[in-house]
Design a protein around this ligand. Structure first.
Ligand code: DX5
Ligand code: ZN
Length: 546
């Protein structure tokens, strides 16, 4: 049993993990948000997409093992187990409380220890540096027993100061443990400072290669890169694998990011609703490659990749549903090997039911069809096929189109709704302002009918319109002309991200003000707010905060 979650579902679940973890830590008044957040994508990708495990049968003999050696990431780890289904997430709020099963550091689950442990915990962590040795033991035992289980061990870079890690590393190479994968949460911060100031670990990759491990290095917050490395790891023979996952401590909450202060400190309970809103407001920018110069798409994708975008928006036009032709599934198939970035395919074609398998086969990560181009029964088949293939299904509505009532039963399993803010057919069109109140109404209507996916804003999104669609509920922003219509893509992206950040800070400040914690919030958030102070009109107020 595995999970094979769809891209956007996986992102949503990992967001949920962060939200439960921060509630538990705030409720307990102690705990480790920094590590819980830096390792969130690593643990989420393993539990929700990669590992063979069964929350309903936690001691399943064929399960893969996860050893969390950086045990202080417990709140994030517990939240991952809960969201995976090992126990009710609500229990996270008992973190570190007397009598709770969820103590500061995880305890290996057994009948004898069931009062202070939960099913799914394979290893009692506390003092660090030991988990890799336990992983080596389990991997060796599995192999001696002729079993196919794989063993995943999460270690930290502060923890890598421990000599035992390197002893275990030598043993793993000695025994050629190709069923062992270690993931290093390389967030460059430990208890009281930056790793390279305290005990330099770099060159990290070379070290592990010198200890005869196969090493892959990835952005540890990119689930697609983690999946890529885990897939490659499963092909490696006669060597253990190390995935160096470059992460940001506290990633997800901007004032905690890369900040040693938040290694083991809890936010106040009063701040929790604001932090939850921040985590819920995670957004993605998806450049549309049909915009701008007619250069080859691969180059455009490479440029977007260098700018760290989250998604690539692929506008498929067949010249019939819209008065324009761009490209079809065969082009996407050719582009697929050029990047691990998720493909957000927007099908502006007639009869998508007749072509859906071609786009599934082209390995898109999100496939959105137009409500105007299909009947309910056709959409039901399209959605079913996408779900079966682990692809996020989406539906798009044109400016004149309301949400079709037949869509309601399909909403719980829908990951995207594109609310068009131009009439489809071309990039570079002007944003239609009337679509804004519609987007607000549609967001509300969809949530009321069980939709918990992403609203995508598409058409005329740029530095002048992004804020309003963000406020209206969109979380995926398609940007065609705003990116590729700009000679300097780098500053275009900076400008879009800046606008999104200002919108986010304004929302959070308003929320904190409503809760009566405006001063506390500005104090804890000061270093983040400074660049936006003039746009938010808070310069004086901010300067007065010492
Ligand atoms: C229009 C497409 C949009 C468009 C976006 O039919 O669906 O994705 O290419 O381009 P801009 O951002 O320039 O409107
Ligand atoms: Zn589009």
């Amino acid at each position: 049993m595995g999970f094979n979650m769809r891209y956007l579902e996986l992102k949503r679940k990992i967001r949920e993990v962060r939200m439960w973890a921060i509630q538990g830590i705030a409720e307990a008044g102690s705990g480790h948000p920094g590590a819980s957040f830096s390792a969130a994508e690593i643990m989420g990708t393993l539990y929700f997409r990669r590992m063979r495990h069964d929350p309903k049968n936690h001691s399943w003999d064929e399960r893969d093992y996860f050893i969390n050696s950086k045990a202080h990431s417990a709140p994030g780890f517990y939240s991952t187990l809960a969201v995976a289904g090992y126990f009710p997430p609500e229990e996270i709020k008992t973190l570190r409380k007397l009598g709770s099963r969820l103590q500061g550091h995880p305890v290996r689950y057994s009948e004898r220890q069931k009062h202070h442990s939960v099913p799914g915990i394979e290893y009692s962590g506390g003092s660090e540096g030991i988990g890799l040795s336990v992983g080596v033991g389990i991997a060796l035992a599995s192999r001696l027993d002729g079993k196919k289980n794989r063993v995943y061990v999460l270690i930290g870079d502060g923890e890598s100061n421990e000599g035992q890690i390197w002893e275990a590393s030598m043993a793993a190479a000695k025994f050629k443990l190709d069923n062992l994968v270690a993931v290093l949460d390389r967030n460059r911060v430990q208890q009281d400072g930056f790793t390279e100031d305290i005990m330099p670990l770099d060159p990290t990759k070379n070290k592990w290669e010198a200890f005869n491990w196969q090493v892959f290095e990835v952005d540890g917050h990119r689930v697609e890169q983690l999946m890529d490395a885990l897939n490659k790891a499963s092909q490696v023979k006669d060597k253990p694998v190390m995935i160096v996952a470059n992460t940001v401590k506290g990633n997800g909450v901007r004032h905690m990011a890369n900040n040693p202060q938040w290694h083991g400190k809890a936010p106040t309970k009063k701040q929790t609703p604001v932090l939850m809103e921040e985590l819920e407001s995670e957004f993605f920018i998806a450049p549309s490659i049909i915009a701008g110069e007619k250069e080859n798409y691969e180059q455009k994708i490479k440029k977007a990749e260098r700018e760290g975008v989250e998604l690539i928006h692929l506008d498929v036009m067949d010249g019939r549903f819209v008065p324009n032709n761009t490209f079809l599934a065969d082009t996407i198939k050719k582009l697929r090997p050029s990047t691990s970035l998720p493909f957000d395919a927007h099908l502006m074609i007639e009869k998508p039911i007749d072509h859906i398998d071609e786009y599934i086969d082209a390995r898109c990560d999100i496939i959105t069809v137009h409500a105007e181009a299909c009947m309910e029964d056709e959409f039901a088949v399209i959605q079913e096929r996408c779900l079966a293939a682990g692809i996020s299904p989406g539906i798009a509505i044109n400016p004149e189109t309301d949400v079709p009532k037949w869509l309601y039963p399909h909403l719980p399993d829908l990951d995207v709704v594109i609310v068009m803010s131009v009439n489809p057919g071309f990039a570079g069109q002007k944003f239609i302002p009337e679509t804004l109140p519609k987007m607000v109404a549609v967001s509300k209507e969809l949530r009321e009918h069980g939709f918990n996916g992403y609203i995508e804003a598409d058409g005329g999104i740029d530095a002048t319109t992004l804020q309003s669609v963000y406020d209206a509920g969109a979380r995926i922003f398609v940007a065609g002309n705003a990116v590729y219509g700009n000679a300097d893509i780098h500053s275009a992206m900076i400008q879009l991200r800046h606008k999104a950040a200002v919108t986010l800070e304004k929302k959070l400040l308003e929320h904190a003000t409503r809760l009566g914690i405006r001063y506390d919030w500005m104090k804890v958030r000061k270093h983040i707010l400074i660049p936006y102070a003039s746009e938010l009109g808070i310069e004086e107020e901010l300067n007065a905060i010492k």
